[in-house]
Design a binder for this molecule. Structure first.
Ligand SMILES: *Cc1c(COP(=O)(O)O)cnc(C)c1O
Length: 339
């Protein structure tokens, strides 16, 4: 089976498993796991921030950060198709008792002007704007990347207004590799960043939240109340350290393969449009007459899995377990779609 549903489906490589087996571990709730500590330090260092917190999922790192920054009766400014709003089970309301101000971005990307228009003024009727959250790359936006200048403008606005700025960086390494931006620079703009290790970086489990020492200390208590205090997590952290050292540059291969798929789809008569494939996600719309279910059934007959992404919409994701031979098979299957 060739699995293009998500970059979360990867299995650890033999070398990654070997690094996991050899990891020195301890009880992380006692802060005695040296491998977790190394991963948290390394992630923070790479993004120019002081401290890190290793968690089981990107949903948890996002939701902990949102709770850490906000208070009940306040409001989070984010894009209307952002993961924190659309795909985290209403966690902003559930965990933080906060409301959301939703903006319509360009393939998920906001401008400083849009963000400024959503910031609440002082008024007894209004929630206070307590957080601005961005997503890079943007999942629903087809893996779109922010321009550096746009991020700087939003960060400057956030600082001026004294509102914390969070980044859902589930696929931040895809954005860094695609744009050539430096991870170090991100720490100057963002108060907290959530980084997924189990997406393109290919680990079995885990995300890291990075921020100031004081903020991460607060977040550690929030992780605990969510039941996320874990013990010999160093076996999993070792996979993260291995991935940071070995699985970042290779993301360029995933991007190249995604582009090949996007080009074939653009030329296919049954495709209405393809969102620009800047990184490893390819989102496209099928013309009327071929439903997403029919299209996915044809792929399944050819040993290929992909995701329906709404009516007539399909998403392909390239990752560590999709090689050139797999792409050739997908390209062949795209040529034989019955119409
Ligand atoms: C996958 C993802 C997350 C976190 O997902 P988990 O499955 O909880 O690790 C967060 N944000 C974005 C944009 C994602 O794609």
């Amino acid at each position: 089976m060739i699995d293009l549903r998500s970059d979360t489906v990867t299995r650890p490589t033999a070398a990654m498993l070997d690094a996991m087996f050899r990891a020195p571990v301890g009880d992380d709730v006692y802060e005695e796991d040296p491998t977790v500590r190394d991963l948290e330090h390394e992630a923070a260092r790479r993004f120019g921030l002081e401290a890190g917190l290793f968690c089981p999922s990107g949903t948890m790192t996002n939701q902990i950060a949102i709770k850490g920054h906000t208070q009940p009766m306040s409001e989070v400014v984010c894009e209307q198709t952002s993961h924190i709003y659309l795909w985290e089970v209403g966690g902003i309301a559930f965990h933080s008792g906060a409301s959301v101000a939703l903006l319509a971005g360009d393939r998920g990307r906001l401008t400083a002007g849009q963000v400024a228009s959503a910031i609440r003024s002082e008024n007894v009727h209004y929630p206070n704007t307590s957080l601005i959250s961005l997503e890079n790359t943007h999942n629903r936006g087809g893996g779109s990347c922010y321009e550096w200048a746009a991020l700087e403008d939003i960060a400057e606005l956030a600082k001026r207004q004294r509102i914390p700025l969070h980044l859902d960086g589930a696929r931040i390494y895809n954005a860094l590799v695609a744009t050539g931006q430096q991870s170090q620079e991100y720490g100057r703009l963002f108060d907290s960043i959530s980084i997924c290790l189990s997406k393109g970086l290919g680990t079995p489990v885990g995300s890291v939240l990075v921020g100031s020492r004081e903020f991460i200390q607060k977040c550690k208590r929030i992780r605990k109340v969510m039941g996320g205090g874990w013990r010999q997590a160093g076996y999993l952290a070792a996979a993260g350290l291995y991935a940071l050292d070995n699985h970042v540059e290779r993301l360029a291969d995933d991007h190249c393969r995604a582009r090949q798929l996007a080009e074939a789809l653009e030329a296919a008569p049954y495709v209405e449009y393809v969102l620009p494939a800047q990184t490893n996600l390819v989102i496209f719309r099928l013309r009327e007459g071929l439903t997403e279910d029919q299209f996915l059934a044809h792929l399944a007959d050819n040993g290929i899995k992909a995701s329906a992404f709404g009516p007539q919409m399909v998403r392909f994701v390239t990752h560590l377990d999709v090689d050139d031979a797999a792409i050739d098979k997908v390209l062949a299957a795209l040529q034989t779609v019955p119409q």
